[in-house]
Design a protein around this ligand. Structure first.
Ligand code: DAH
Length: 345
């Protein structure tokens, strides 16, 4: 006999109804609402019950039918999406990461140096990587048999020629090109890639980067050189930085010096980066040799100048304590990603 309890139980079952396929949904529909379905049978029975039972059960019965129809539609819709486009999207999943690239440490240092010297009024100049002997050696006052021209150090592109082509071994060649082409006074900074025929190790590589600086004007003195380097070092390594100059020799400068900065890691106390000395060598420099000025057509009685050159890998090594030069060239993502967070400079 049709009764309230059965209707309530069925209503509960219908709300919980689950189907795994469209076929199962259709079977459930037939079982509940088909011509011989259980709900259809209840409606038939309902027609012949007493009027007071009708009053009591009319509404629950209609609710049951509506609930069954709604649940069947719901199940159909859910399965329809799944079969058309695979599993439904999980809207709570986090989005894909947008992978940011990172700048190479040598590029970061190069940009920092260029920006510092731009503030001091220097222009940026670049020259060819495949150079001739004249710009790399001869115009820079290298004596004809100087060992740096030797096959040991220089990659020659053409030989047997009075002015052979070669891969430049330093960016000092660009100061020659600047003196040839720019109007005086010249204040120029020349970043670039250089090449030397060296066995690759933690401390040497056949490709590396330098920045060359040149200032030529009337009355340029060694004091100006020292001041320029000091200001640069303080911008680059911090306002407390001290510099020290040691006498040295380069064919293209006279006098020549090598410059050390105070170790900003141990602040002079001595650590393994500065090998206990409290000082780190960063560049070579000097007053441009009068022969070099004259070779490029500059009157050395009227003009004087200073020049300096530094290795970018070395500066980056000091800045980030990189202990092996080879890291710079191996494109190992684990190394390169270390610089992803380096500030935009
Ligand atoms: N060209 C030198 C080198 O390759 C570096 C250098 C030293 C450049 C002294 C200069 C300088 O302009 O004055 O190591």
């Amino acid at each position: 006999m049709i009764n309230k309890e059965d209707i309530a139980r069925m209503l509960g079952e219908i709300r919980e109804l689950q189907c795994k396929s469209a076929k199962e949904v259709e079977e459930a529909r037939v079982r509940l609402l088909g011509r011989k379905g259980v709900i259809t049978a209840l409606f038939e029975e309902f027609r012949s019950v007493a009027p007071e039972v009708k009053r009591e059960l009319g509404r629950p019965l209609n609710e049951l039918k509506q609930a069954a129809q709604a649940r069947i539609e719901e199940l159909k819709a859910g399965l329809g999406e799944e079969s058309a486009a695979g599993p439904r999207e999980d809207l709570t999943m986090p989005g894909d990461n947008f992978e940011l690239g990172s700048r190479h440490p040598v590029s970061i240092v190069r940009q920092e140096i260029v920006d510092i010297f731009r503030k001091f009024g220097y222009d940026v100049a670049e020259g060819p990587e495949v150079e001739d002997d004249y710009h790399v050696f001869e115009a820079l006052n290298f004596p004809p048999n100087h060992p740096a021209r030797d096959m040991q150090d220089t990659f020659f592109v053409s030989t047997g020629h009075p002015n052979p082509l070669l891969l430049r071994t330093h960016t000092s060649s660009v100061q020659v090109r600047a003196m040839e082409s720019m109007k005086l006074p010249i204040r120029v900074i020349c970043p670039g890639r250089v090449f030397r025929n060296e066995a690759i190790s933690a401390r040497a590589h056949c490709i590396f980067h330098q920045v060359e600086g040149l200032y030529v004007d009337e009355n340029v003195t060694f004091a100006d050189l020292k001041q320029a380097i000091l200001l640069f070092a303080r911008e680059m390594f911090g306002p407390e930085t001290q510099i020290r100059m040691r006498p040295s020799y380069f064919p293209f400068t006279e006098p020549s010096a090598e410059v050390d900065v105070s170790c900003n890691i141990c602040h002079g106390k001595g650590c393994n980066i500065c090998k206990g000395t409290g000082w780190l060598e960063i560049l070579g420099c000097g007053m441009v040799d009068p022969n070099v000025l004259e070779a490029s057509g500059i009157d050395s009685r009227k003009y004087s100048g200073f020049a300096f050159g530094m290795g970018l890998e070395r500066i980056a090594m000091l800045k980030w304590r990189v202990n092996d030069l080879r890291h710079y060239f191996e494109n190992d993502m684990r190394f390169l990603q270390e610089f992803a967070a380096a500030p935009e400079v």
